[in-house]
Design a protein around this ligand. Structure first.
Ligand SMILES: [Zn+2]
Length: 305
């Protein structure tokens, strides 16, 4: 851990000195920010903010030595709008971007953070690179989106008198998700480990591991769990109940698939048989129901290792 932390700080110093004279200013991006009035910046508790655009949430941790952002969201325009909102409200420089999911809706905005240190799990880097190569993303954009530093288990940052933990909880929504925990403020930013009031998106996910990861998250002792998707209640402590509902959804998905397997159903028969009426009104249910059955079926039968 000490080695990782030192590495981060050395890189950080390098980045800050290299870029501090060139604050990001992009006329096109600013124009785009003006066309994106939907994004909102909300203080959750002192020192902790969330920028929300569409149903996506980006976490923002403010210290006296700068800002750490979790997830740059789905486009350069959205990310630049977020940076403008942070610059006018928070008035602290962004030091680090931590990225959890390699999916485009959480990594396309990375290009708006060319001036900061970018950190992601080593599997995140591998999967983001593979995705961008498959989609023939221009080399320059690939470079701008990839992390400068990867980690395997955890990194602890010591910034502005705060310990900020970047943690890998094992496979979940993808095999390279990161979460951020600030123990002294009892807050955990979960990115796409937690879909609030939405059906889970599990195209690249591992349901059984995801459940274990959520149990480990609950044991962290936080009071507030910031979702990567969906609304945050006026009292942010109510996110604990929301997280429990989301965990229960994963349990219900697993149990229904397990029951079909026990009956001797094939994967296609399980897809045909399984419905979760209690979740059918949730966003994502129609598009992800089949995927959820298949991913759980494959994992429970050992086809998906
Ligand atoms: Zn995702």
């Amino acid at each position: 851990m000490t080695k990782s932390t030192l590495g981060v700080l050395l890189l950080l110093l390098g980045c800050v000195s290299a870029f501090s004279r060139q604050p990001p200013r992009n006329p096109a991006g600013q124009a785009a920010a003006g066309r994106n009035p939907a994004g909102t910046l909300r203080q959750i508790i002192p020192g902790h903010y969330v920028y929300s655009s569409a149903t996506y949430n980006s976490g923002i941790i403010v210290t006296s030595e700068g800002v750490i952002v979790l997830d740059a969201l789905n486009s350069e325009a959205v990310a630049r709008a977020q940076r403008e909102a942070m610059a006018s409200t928070i008035r602290q420089p962004v030091r680090i971007l931590v990225s959890s999911t390699f999916h485009n809706n959480y990594s396309k905005g990375n290009v708006a953070y060319a001036d900061v240190l970018k950190i992601g799990h080593e599997n995140y880097r591998t999967d983001l690179l593979e995705l961008m190569q498959r989609e023939k993303v221009p080399a320059e954009e690939q470079k701008a989106r990839l992390p400068n530093q990867t980690f395997r288990d955890r990194i602890t940052l010591h910034l502005g008198g705060k310990d900020i933990q970047i943690l890998y909880m094992g496979r979940a929504h993808t095999r390279g998700d990161s979460i951020i925990v600030v123990p002294e403020d009892r807050i955990a930013y979960l990115s796409e480990l937690y879909f609030a009031d939405q059906f889970l998106f599990i195209t690249d996910g591992y349901g059984l591991d995801w459940l274990r990861a959520l149990d480990a998250v609950e044991a962290l002792g936080a009071d507030i769990f910031v979702p990567g998707h969906g609304p945050i209640p006026p009292d942010p402590r109510e996110t604990r109940q929301g997280l429990r509902r989301f965990r229960q959804m994963l349990v219900d998905v697993r149990d229904a698939v397990q029951k079909e397997i026990a009956r001797g159903a094939t994967e296609d028969q399980a897809v045909a048989a399984i419905r979760w009426p209690q979740y059918e009104k949730l966003q994502g249910y129609d598009t992800q129901r089949e995927t959820a059955v298949r991913r759980l079926f494959q994992q429970l039968t050992g086809k998906l290792q």
